[in-house]
Design a protein. Structure first.
Lengths: 296, 517
């Protein structure tokens, strides 16, 4: 049996630091919102001429007065991702850009993807993203509140917040782009993290009923160990699937799968080191579950 | 938990086979409608254009208020009630009343049978609201009145949009209402949406009006620019004929002048008016105005009574074709703005499919190898279940003709990764049971029973997340929610029926074997 409980305090401290640092990052550095949430235009371009590279593209686009332009390589050497604000929301902007690029590069390039999100839509998308995440947290709270005693609910929700905040913190730290698919990833993380926590909690509660003489400090450790191989196997297979998406699923899914990978790692960690420690700190005992049983 | 009746085995087999067949129907072509179901590929996978249009209702509201002032003025004139100083300011109509007439004016607006101010019993609201601010009254649209106005202009606009898109002839466009002032247009397979974008961006409000030098024209005048943006002309506000009077419009080659023109045919009313105007207006310039710009202003040489005519204006064949198309499909009630556009080229879509399939294959292989190494014979059972699960998932998606997107493929891969969870929970529980239980069958029974709540909890939480995503997400993300959500149900089915069936067969044959798992 691994003595997970020996490190409860250490990891609580670590988690607190992680959360504080993430919050500071989110407040002061902020998130790198993609055009979905910031508005603007995105062009994915494939070149068939080696003359076309990041710097020559940047030159051309900067001459076109489009506001802030970012040009990046996208996946391989011939693909580029161009993003700009399109502040005035010009109507025929794509046509203009094509005519302009034709002059310099002829027919040696191809627009593979064009996305243009107006300021109104991006504001709405951001709002619905925030609502979706809040709503999912609220629903999880309600669900766990119905299923378990309040001490458990608090533990699970704290673990959830930890996972969401720290994942977003990592995205802020490395300036990774937040777009619609990241919201989907965060929601899935919420589901996964909850799932992981609930499985351990289920066992904690079962053991609370079974043993009246074991203190919660020990009992959580027993429960974690009993469910440990399941925790490891499920995270492993989920991570294997996600790694496959990350490495082979193409550029578009990179951010999404990265967020999920982070979420699975944090989710697994928080089930053990946040959710359970809350139970310990709240001195959950056999009485906690039996009282609830009596009421039912 | 380990006992299966013959009937149940039959049911499980039939069910699985059915969905495997449905899933494989994606690969074949069937003549029969029921079997010829396919998973739809989202725009991000098959390539195509997604356009979100917003109707700018401001001009419509302005126009309606303008008409209303006339109606109100005439209405009260007829009733011999004096109102004066009627004007529009910031989408409100203001007018003055005398102390004596005030109550009767208010009554007219608040009467449920009023023909001036329609009443909607369903919403318990009038079209217009009147605010009593002393002797100066303020009238504006009520909330319901505005909603009615918006939905009606949306209804008209979506019809015109549909006609224009159909005329261009893309395959299976999807045109839907969004809210009460937006229209969603999905154009699968369309690589370059520029032509459609420019067609949808035009209101196509066509009028024929005389050019005049008389500033005191009875109908008022306005200065309009020509299409080229250089010249200007003063045009009467009196409309001879408008786009509504057109029956047909076609691009033609005028061989005499060697230029492309648009020839049009007028309806009966239009032909009459056009004939009259051209007979009285010989020698005058008739301006052809489209969306506030003059296309051309030819001099009337003859009376045109045939009800047909032509527009020239230095068109290329393409611009003439587009103008004819716009005129045929009619004018939009209000200008449209494209507020969101997402276009994916077909080769990127194919690349995404390929990448998704490779990721699925690799993810699947990794999970299968992992499970086999970890659980041997039970790993094998899990793996067979996983494969059947994948087919059932695809089968369900096919049956409902769901739309598969790139994130949707990610959802399938993720389902593969998470689907083993339930089996792992059961197997681990069985292992624990076997520590104190010598009877294999009882241990397996206990494993299944005792892991049930955890499995249920785990899947409900994921399902909740998927449901929220489905309702809040848009486009590709919705596809992810669909595969994730459907995946939960197929996983539960395959774990509790298929995997359990195999397990029960294996365990009953090895009742007395030690170290079963």
């Amino acid at each position: 049996m691994i003595a997970f409980n020996k490190y409860y305090n250490h990891f609580n401290l670590l988690s607190s630091v992680l959360i504080v640092v993430s919050l500071l990052l989110l407040i002061f550095k902020g998130l790198n919102f993609g055009i979905d949430f910031k508005g603007g235009t995105l062009i994915e371009l494939r070149a068939s001429d080696s003359k076309i590279n990041v710097s020559s593209l940047r030159d051309r686009f900067n001459q076109m007065d489009l506001g802030d332009v970012s040009v990046k390589k996208f996946g391989n050497d011939t693909d580029f991702l161009v993003k700009f604000e399109n502040k005035d929301n010009k109507k025929n902007i794509i046509e203009e850009i094509k005519t302009n690029l034709d002059k310099s590069f002829g027919n040696n390039y191809d627009f593979r993807r064009v996305e243009n999100v107006g300021p109104k839509v991006s504001a709405e998308l951001l709002k619905s993203g925030v609502i979706a995440i809040s709503l999912s947290l609220a629903l999880m709270l309600i669900y766990i509140w119905i299923r378990f005693e309040w001490q458990f609910s608090l533990g699970a929700i704290l673990a959830l917040f930890h996972d969401v905040i720290v994942t977003l913190g990592v995205f802020s730290l490395f300036s990774l782009e937040i777009n619609l698919s990241i919201i989907a990833a965060v929601l899935t993380i919420v589901g996964y993290s909850m799932n992981d926590t609930v499985v351990i909690f289920d066992r904690v509660r079962e053991n609370l009923r079974k043993y009246s003489d074991i203190k919660i400090f020990e009992l959580t450790n027993i429960s974690i160990n009993e469910t440990l191989s399941r925790t490891i196997i499920t995270s492993a297979t989920t991570l294997l699937a996600l790694l496959a998406i990350y490495f082979f699923g193409g550029e578009i899914l990179k951010g999404f799968s990265l967020a999920m990978i982070l979420g699975v790692v944090f989710g697994t960690y928080s089930s053990i080191y946040i959710a359970n420690t809350v139970l310990v700190r709240l001195r959950v005992s056999q009485k906690t579950v039996l009282r609830e049983d009596d009421q039912k | 938990m380990l006992y299966f009746s013959k009937l149940r085995i039959l049911f499980i087999t039939l069910f699985s086979v059915l969905f495997i067949l449905i899933a494989s129907s994606n690969l074949f072509k069937f003549d029969d409608d029921f079997f010829d179901k396919k998973i739809n590929l989202g725009l991000d996978l098959q390539g195509g254009s997604y356009l979100l249009l917003e109707i700018d209702n401001e001009p419509v509201i302005e126009q309606k208020l303008q008409n209303l002032t006339t109606t109100i003025r005439n209405y009260f004139k007829e009733k011999n009630i004096k109102i004066n100083n009627i004007k529009i300011d910031n989408q409100n109509i203001f007018f003055n009343v005398t102390n004596n007439d005030k109550q009767s004016v208010l009554d007219v607006f608040q009467d449920e049978n009023s023909d001036l101010n329609p009443y909607y019993p369903r919403f318990k609201s009038h079209q217009l609201e009147i605010e009593d601010t002393g002797l100066n009254l303020k009238v504006n649209f009520s909330r319901q009145g505005l909603i009615k106005l918006k939905t009606s202009s949306q209804d008209q606009a979506i019809e015109i949009v549909r006609r224009r898109v159909d005329e261009v002839g893309t395959n299976e466009p999807n045109i839907l209402k969004r809210g009460n002032n937006r229209i969603l247009v999905e154009l699968p397979g369309l690589d370059d949406p520029m032509r459609i974008k420019s067609l949808l961006g035009k209101t196509a409000n066509l009028t024929f009006r005389f050019v005049t030098n008389d500033e005191n024209d009875r109908f008022g005048v306005e200065k309009l620019k020509f299409e080229n943006g250089l010249e200007e002309a003063t045009v009467s506000k009196r409309i001879i004929i408008s786009g509504e009077n057109l029956l047909d419009a076609q691009p033609k080659m005028d061989t005499q002048a060697n230029q492309t023109i648009v020839s049009f045919t007028l309806d009966r009313v239009g032909a009459k008016r056009f004939g009259k105007a051209t007979s009285t207006g010989i020698g005058k310039q008739l301006a052809i105005v489209l969306d506030g710009k003059i296309i051309s202003a030819p001099v009337v040489r003859d009376t045109i009574a045939s009800g047909s005519g032509q527009i020239s204006g230095g068109f290329t064949f393409q611009t003439a074709t587009d103008l004819a198309l716009l005129l045929r499909s009619g004018a939009l009630p209000a200008p449209l703005e494209i507020i969101e556009e997402r276009t994916v080229g077909p080769d990127l879509g194919q690349d995404s499919i390929n990448a998704g399939m490779i990721a699925l294959a690799i993810g699947f292989m990794l999970v299968i190898i992992f499970m086999f190494v970890k659980y041997k014979i039970f790993g094998l059972i899990t793996n067979v279940t996983l494969i059947v699960n994948l087919f059932i998932l695809l089968g369900v998606l096919t049956l409902f003709e769901a739309t598969l997107t790139l994130p949707g493929i990610a959802g399938i891969i993720l389902t593969v990764g998470m689907a083993v969870d339930a089996n792992v929970l059961i197997f681990e529980r069985i292992k624990e049971e076997l520590k104190d239980e010598t009877n294999n069958i009882l241990a397996f029974d206990g494993g299944y029973t005792k892991s049930r709540t955890a499995i249920l909890d785990a899947n409900i939480t994921t399902l909740l997340a998927a449901i929220i995503l489905f309702f809040m997400g848009s486009g590709p993300v919705k596809g992810f929610a669909v595969t994730l959500g459907v995946g939960i149900f197929t996983t539960l089915f395959s774990v509790y029926f298929i995997a359990r069936l195999f397990t029960s067969i294996y365990v009953s044959r090895n009742k007395d074997k030690e170290k079963l798992i």
